[in-house]
Design a protein around this ligand. Structure first.
Ligand code: SF4
Ligand code: SF4
Length: 434
């Protein structure tokens, strides 16, 4: 089946050229959701009044077959819990730490030597990463320790730096600022799973970044790692697509990558993995971008738990406040709309898009142009799924393989009738799961 390769305007050039705000905010209170999209259950392991240090365990989230530790990004006192909006756009319970601005570290001075790192077994790396609470930072939020624990024979580890969605530049920033962390993280994974090859996948248009990574690789001639310059289309960053473009390996959809001898990690995740192994440092900071025509476009380095309203204020507030805004958490293709900007930064919060236009788009009838079918990267039929969903026909939805949808957003993007196909397909997935 031939799928149309779709190029979409990504608006990244200007964002990349704008220097990021380096100074971290000293927010008075930091908020840590006790649940996440993948972990619907969670609980704090601290109580009001407890004194907490940077990197200390404060709670645990629980998913279907895994858990995720929650660690504080500041030192200070635990105060009464509050509800805030997390990266899924939902209002969730948060552990709240009143920042004492001393930033006392939980395990000061901890460092493993390179020799110690080289001797770590796969099980030891898995334990370190589980303790750090690291999940896939490209948005998937899948726990990294589960991937790392694979018992399959791995031929190649892919560092996925494709960062496909328009407006998102946090992986680009991280790779550009920290190329050695990305490569060191990749080497740790390769050693842990005994993989003979590593590939860093970056879109070929990112020439400066590729040069930076290749220059850094000269310091790692002991490792069999190369940069794969992949084509610029959407969704080249979908892991099955990235693996195919970077290694030539075809992974059948619905199977686990490791069964095809491949592991795929987002590049920022690998950098954070290195920090956890080398310095025992969990992820406590990330890059976050505020973008769109309704705000001054700014990228920040932020502590997890920072209220986004403080960042909006730091960026100068909303532009044209009299014009209604559309807010999108994440990228415009896969992100979620929200009407509440009382959002907090979590490990997977990449950006907030602020557009000067109302959300009430009027839908026209389907003109049977088949564009949505042509662009779908997994080869399903979005228009038939939409019709079956609107008819609540569960059997038909299953026949149409609705669960293959990766929610890339392309069908909605391409539809001339402005039918919210992706949203209907999300609903359809919920219909078949009941
Ligand atoms: S959102 Fe789903 S159905 Fe639509 S194009 Fe992407 S994968 Fe296909
Ligand atoms: S792209 Fe829109 S108008 Fe064209 S077939 Fe699909 S749903 Fe219908």
């Amino acid at each position: 089946m031939q799928i149309r390769k779709t190029k979409i305007k990504d608006n990244k050039k200007v964002l990349i050229q704008t220097p990021h705000e380096e100074s971290l905010l000293n927010s008075e209170k930091l908020y840590f959701p006790v649940t996440s999209g993948r972990c619907p259950v969670g609980a704090p392991c601290v109580e009001e009044g407890d004194h907490i240090k940077v990197g200390q365990l404060i709670g645990v989230r629980e998913g279907a077959f895994f858990d995720q530790q929650i660690r504080s990004s500041v030192s200070g006192k635990v105060v009464k819990s509050e509800k805030k909006v997390d990266q899924t756009g939902k209002l969730v319970n948060c552990i709240v730490i009143e920042n004492d601005c001393k930033y006392e570290v939980y395990n000061p001075g901890f460092e493993r030597s390179d020799e110690e790192i080289e001797k770590l077994t796969q099980e030891e790396v898995v334990d370190i990463i589980r303790d750090s609470g690291l999940v896939g930072l490209g948005g998937a939020a899948f726990p990294s320790y589960i991937k790392l624990g694979t018992k399959e024979e791995i031929k190649v580890v892919v560092a996925n730096g494709a960062e496909c969605e328009p407006f998102l530049i946090s992986d680009w920033k991280f790779m550009y600022e920290n190329p050695s962390d990305v490569i060191n993280g990749l080497k740790i994974v390769m050693r842990a799973v005994n993989a003979p090859e590593g590939v860093i996948a970056v879109k070929k248009k990112n020439k400066h970044l590729i040069a930076k990574l290749e220059e850094e690789l000269l310091n790692h001639s002991d490792a069999n790692i190369r940069v794969a310059k992949i084509k610029d289309f959407y969704p080249a960053g979908w892991e099955i697509q990235t693996v195919k473009l970077a290694t030539g390996i075809t992974v059948p959809q619905g199977t686990i990558l490791a069964e095809s001898g491949v592991l795929n990690f987002n590049t920022t995740t690998l950098g954070s993995l290195y920090q956890a192994v080398k310095y025992g440092r969990p992820l406590i900071e990330r890059y976050f971008t505020i973008s769109g025509d309704g705000i001054k476009n700014t990228t920040f380095r932020v502590r997890l738990g920072t209220p986004v309203r403080e960042l909006i204020e730091k960026a100068g507030g909303y532009l044209d406040p009299e014009i209604p805004k559309t807010l999108v958490l994440g990228g415009p293709m896969m992100g979620v709309n929200t009407t509440n900007d009382d959002i907090v930064i979590t490990d997977t919060t990449t950006s907030l898009l602020v557009f000067n236009r109302p959300i009430d788009i009027v839908e026209d009838p389907c003109i049977l142009c088949a564009s949505c079918i042509d662009v779908c990267p997994v080869g399903i039929d979005p228009v038939l799924i939409m019709k079956a969903q609107r008819a609540r026909d569960k059997d038909e939805l299953l026949k149409l393989d609705v669960n293959k949808c990766i929610e890339c957003g392309l069908c909605s993007y391409i539809c001339p009738s402005k039918i919210p196909l992706t949203e209907e397909i999300r609903k359809a997935k919920r219909t078949v799961s009941r």
